[in-house]
Design a protein around this ligand. Structure first.
Ligand SMILES: [Mn+2]
Length: 327
């Protein structure tokens, strides 16, 4: 076994005297965020800590099985914690409304795998080579010798699996499989995880997917694919915003497409963009950064302000520029 980085030991000793701990994550949480938050919270609770788990948004329906005790709650004002731990959140802003509720704390710890992480806490463990924050939480638990129960293994396996696109993204490393193997050994319920996360979708999401196939656009010699999700599309299909998760993969998978982009209407002057790249030469983290966002080389996002068509024009232009520069 390779020795782990010193920062893990610093985090473990920092946590020891703390009793009240709040585990926070990013807005619109995904499998890595919820799996890391809940998995870490369960482990801390097993150590006798008093643990609160906050997210601005609720747990996506398909991930609800990871949190049967409903640990994940909306943030509340006027609470005080010995320690706040953020997982999978690249910046303080990504915590959304949670950020305003965690000011009264002794220590702030940041555990994340985004290259764009802004190191906003007192103790920052940012390891961009890991494919998921779930892997970092696994390493933390292992180094601390805290038991990994089957419920924790479910959380962390889901984190690793979702952030690697089921071990398909190039971010997947040999160690990713090793961690996944260890989690299966500790009782991760593969059948249930695959069924809940990958093999069951509400009808509303299928209707949204129908919309995507009917309305996606291809530009720049079919190298860029994009579609819009307007509030009206959610209303018409009955879909919730977490139903839009993963829709981008359907246009990313089109053979000539190099960069896929989704524009989601958040408000009249606010758009959420998601970007995926299939080429190692196109770093969508850099493109997202031009619009105040960030993420990873192959997957990133931002929330630019401005009128929808102006945002679309600027984003597509930035993608074209990146494609032309990589030729
Ligand atoms: Mn992640």
């Amino acid at each position: 076994m390779k020795s782990h980085p010193k920062i893990i030991d610093r985090i473990i000793s920092a946590l020891e005297p703390h009793h009240t701990i709040c585990v926070v994550g990013h807005i619109r949480p995904d499998g890595d965020c919820i799996g890391s938050q809940v998995g870490l919270a369960m482990a801390l609770r097993d150590q006798g800590k008093e643990v609160t788990v906050w997210n601005e948004d609720s747990v996506p329906k398909k991930l609800a099985f990871l949190d049967p005790d409903r640990l994940v709650q909306r943030p509340q004002k006027d609470r005080k914690f010995d320690c706040v731990i953020a997982t999978d959140a690249a910046s303080f802003e990504r915590l959304g409304k949670v950020g305003a509720c965690i000011g009264n704390r002794t220590q702030f710890i940041n555990i994340d795998h985004h290259a764009s992480n802004t190191r906003y806490a007192d103790l920052n463990w940012v390891s961009a080579k890991e494919a998921s924050t779930g892997e970092l939480i696994f390493k933390l638990l292992q180094a601390a010798k805290w038991p990994i129960t089957p419920a924790i293994a479910d959380c962390l396996f889901t984190a690793v699996s979702t952030d690697t696109g089921s071990f398909q993204f190039p971010s997947t490393r040999p160690s990713t499989y090793n961690v996944a193997g260890e989690l299966v050994k500790r009782g991760a319920n593969l059948a249930q995880i695959c069924d809940e996360v990958y093999q069951s979708f509400p009808l509303s999401r299928v209707r949204l997917l129908q919309h995507v196939y009917n309305h996606f656009r291809l530009v720049h010699n079919n190298q860029i694919a994009y579609f819009w999700l307007k509030k009206a599309d959610f209303d018409r299909t009955g879909a919730s915003t977490d139903d839009s998760e993963g829709l981008i993969d359907h246009i990313r998978a089109i053979e000539p497409v190099v960069v896929a982009c989704v524009f989601e209407e958040m408000g009249p002057e606010s758009t959420r963009i998601s970007l995926r790249s299939k080429s190692a030469k196109i770093n969508v983290n850099e493109i997202a950064a031009q619009f105040g966002g960030g993420g990873h080389i192959a997957a990133a996002g931002a929330r630019p302000a401005g009128k929808p068509l102006s945002v679309q024009r600027r984003v597509i232009q930035a993608i074209k520029k990146a494609l032309d520069a990589a030729r």
